[in-house]
Ligand binder design. Structure first.
Ligand SMILES: *Cc1c(COP(=O)(O)O)cnc(C)c1O
Length: 415
C-alpha cells in the first residue's frame, strides 16, 4: 500500500497533544522603552502584558545606545552581510566584535557564529574530529546544541552525572591516560539556575590532561567584574580552554561565539562546516553587540541591580509559600511537576492576569519536573513583582497545584 504521508505527520503531532506538551507560541510585540511590557497579538485586540520569561536578561535589547549603534550601522553599511566570511562577509564590525570578545574573556582569539546553537554544534563536532580517537565527557544536563555537537562528531561519549565531579573523575580515571579528552559543561544551567563546580572540573582536567569546554551562555554579561561570566567572577577563565557564549541573551542581540587560543580558533575557522558555509552575522548586529558588551564591561551597576531584583522576587515567592527552587543565580524556577497543569497555569496567568511565563516541559526538562521558569530583570519593579506573586497564588489555588516542592525537585537539588 502506498505510504500515507499525512497520517504519519499528523500522528507525530497527535502524540504531543496527547502528552499535553504540544508547543503553542505566544505572538508578541515587544515595546522598546517599556521593557518588560509587550503586546500580546494572540488576542484581538492585542492586550498589554508583562513578560517574565525573557532571556534578554538585562533589557539590553532595548538599550538606547545599542539601538543607536544598530541604526547608525544600517545607515552607513546597509542591512545584511552579503556573504560568508570567506566570500566578502568579513566586515570590519565583525573583526572588532571578535577583538571585543577575546578581550572580555582574556583569550588570544574569538570566532563569531550566527547563533550560540551553531557555535556549540560546530565547535564541538569539529574539534573532536580533529583530535585522534577523542573521548567526550559531557554533563548529563548539557544543552541540546552541545549534545548535537557530540553526536555529529561520531566520537565516543561518556555522560557524567550532573555537576558530580566524583563521577567525572571515575570516568577520567578509567580512560586511557594518553587518549584525547574534552570535558563539556555549562557554567549556569538555565533550567534549574545552578552553577557548575568549575574549579574542581579544571583541577580534574589538569590532573588527567583533558581539554575543558564551557558554555557560559546564561552568565555572559551578568557575572564577573566585566561581564565575562562565572569563570570571570571566579578568576578561572585562563584555566578553561574554550569558552562559548551567545550575543542573544544578556547582550540583547543575536549570534554566538567561542574564545580560545589562536591555533584552536584558527582550526575551527578553517574546518567547521557550520562556520564556513553560511552567511556571516550582519555587521549591523555586530555593531549592536559591540556597544552592548562595552557598556556591560564598564560598570557593575546593572549586574548588581539584576541580582537584587532576583533576590527580591525569590523572597516574595518564598514568603507566599510558592514552590521555587533555591538557585544561586538570577533564574527562578517555579515547580509544577505536570505538563498539563504547567500549560494550564501559564495560560491562566496570561488570560486572566496579563502575565506571560512560558511553560517548560519535556524534553527541555525531565518529565515530572515541569515548571514555570521566571527570569526577573533589572527592569521588573517591586509593583510588578507583587502583582506576579498575587497572580501565581490565585492560579495555584484555582488549579489546585501542589505547593510541595519535594515531589518535583530535579537532580540539581540533590547536589
Ligand atoms: C540558548 C542556549 C544556547 C543557544 O544560544 P542561541 O544563541 O540562542 O542559539 C546554547 N547553550 C545554552 C545553554 C542555551 O541555553
Amino acid at each position: 500500500m502506498a505510504i500515507d504521508y499525512d497520517a504519519h505527520i499528523d500522528e507525530s503531532l497527535a502524540s504531543l497533544h496527547g502528552e499535553g506538551r504540544y508547543r503553542v507560541f505566544t505572538d508578541l510585540a515587544r515595546c522598546a522603552g517599556r521593557f518588560p511590557r509587550a503586546l500580546n497579538h494572540s488576542t484581538t485586540p492585542p492586550s498589554e502584558i508583562t513578560v517574565w520569561c525573557s532571556n534578554d536578561y538585562l533589557g539590553m535589547g532595548q538599550n538606547p545606545h545599542v539601538m543607536d549603534a544598530m541604526k547608525t550601522a544600517i545607515d552607513t553599511l546597509g542591512t545584511g552581510a552579503g556573504g560568508t566570511r570567506n566570500i566578502s562577509g568579513t566586515h570590519h564590525h565583525i573583526v572588532e566584535l571578535e577583538n571585543e570578545l577575546s578581550d572580555l574573556h582574556n583569550k588570544e582569539a574569538a570566532l563569531i557564529f550566527t547563533s550560540g546553537y551553531v557555535s556549540n554544534e560546530a565547535t564541538i563536532s569539529t574539534l573532536a574530529k580533529l583530535l585522534p580517537d577523542c573521548l567526550l565527557l559531557s554533563d548529563e544536563l548539557n544543552h541540546a546544541s552541545m549534545i548535537e555537537g557530540v553526536r555529529q562528531s561520531g566520537c565516543t561519549k561518556l555522560i557524567w552525572r550532573h555537576n558530580d565531579v566524583e563521577h567525572l573523575e571515575s570516568l577520567l580515571r578509567d580512560a586511557d591516560p594518553d587518549r584525547a579528552k574534552i570535558i563539556l559543561f555549562e557554567s549556569v544551567y538555565s533550567m534549574d539556575g545552578d552553577i557548575a563546580p568549575i574549579k574542581e572540573i579544571c583541577d580534574l582536567a589538569e590532573k588527567y590532561n583533558a581539554l575543558t569546554y564551557i558554555d557560559e551562555v546564561h552568565a555572559v554579561g551578568m557575572y564577573g567584574n566585566r561581564g565575562g561570566g562565572i569563570a570571570d567572577r571566579d578568576n578561572l577563565m585562563e584555566r578553561i580552554d574554550i569558552i562559548e557564549g551567545t550575543l542573544a541573551k544578556a547582550i540583547g542581540v543575536m549570534g554566538g561565539y567561542i574564545t580560545a587560543k589562536k591555533n584552536l580558533v584558527d582550526a575551527i575557522r578553517s574546518f567547521a562546516s557550520g562556520f564556513i558555509f553560511t552567511t556571516s552575522l550582519p555587521p549591523t548586529i555586530a555593531a549592536g553587540a559591540i556597544e552592548s558588551i562595552r557598556i556591560l564591561k564598564q560598570s557593575n551597576a546593572l549586574r548588581a541591580k539584576h541580582q537584587e531584583r532576583a533576590a527580591y522576587l525569590k523572597q516574595a515567592l518564598e514568603d507566599a509559600d510558592m514552590p521555587i527552587l533555591h538557585s544561586k543565580t538570577h533564574i527562578v524556577p517555579l515547580m509544577v511537576g505536570d505538563p498539563v497543569l504547567c500549560k494550564q497555569a501559564s495560560d491562566r496567568l496570561l488570560s486572566k492576569h496579563n502575565i506571560y511565563i512560558q511553560p517548560i516541559n519535556y524534553p527541555t526538562v525531565p518529565r515530572g519536573t515541569e515548571r514555570l521558569r521566571i527570569t526577573p530583570t533589572p527592569l521588573h519593579t517591586d509593583e510588578m513583582m507583587l502583582e506576579l506573586v498575587e497572580a501565581v497564588k490565585e492560579v495555584w489555588d484555582h488549579l489546585n497545584i501542589s505547593r510541595d516542592i519535594s515531589a518535583t525537585a530535579p537532580v540539581s537539588a540533590a547536589r
